[in-house]
Design a protein around this ligand. Sequence first.
Ligand code: FMN
Length: 172
Amino acid sequence: MGEARVAVLDAIRARRSVRKYRDESLNDEDLRAILEAGRWAPSGLNNQPWRFAVVRDTKVKDEIAEQTRYGEIIRGAPVIIAVFMDNEVSYDRVKDCQSIGACLQNMWLAVHALGLGGVWIGEILKNKDKVADILTAPETYELMAILAVGYPQHRKQKSHRKSVSELIFKEL
Ligand SMILES: Cc1cc2nc3c(=O)[nH]c(=O)nc-3n(C[C@H](O)[C@H](O)[C@H](O)COP(=O)(O)O)c2cc1C
């Protein structure tokens, strides 16, 4: 129990956005573990509104890459996971978006825990309908983000955060 507690907290702290990958494909077991972590995310009413498109195919990946200025990341990643919300099962847009965020974070932490690296690409949402078309997603599916995943070229990424005292606006 103690170890699990440390592992989760360490993963939360150490996970970084990884945007450059080695030219190595991802094994099915790791991919499955990432999707499994997403599957177990919490959701309002347990409605599980997330749907995934897993893309390894170079041609399709290239097409999707055209839809964002972060295309280089997508082209360089051995696999991308496009995360959609199924509006048909959505019951409250804010809560469903929050659930999808939890799903993405679960998968991102799983990526880190497996020794892989990834980045959440939101900029592509400006072309979410085009991406849905490329992936022939059902009418009710709406793109929420793309998670690019691969083996990190390096782990020197740095990031920073506001201090907790800047975040607490009131403590009574
Ligand atoms: C909602 C969201 C959208 C993001 N969109 C992009 C993106 O389009 N391109 C990108 O390179 N990084 C994107 N990121 C990654 C952020 O830039 C990154 O998480 C932030 O700078 C903190 O760095 P860290 O992840 O290494 O801690 C996104 C992250 C989130 C949560």
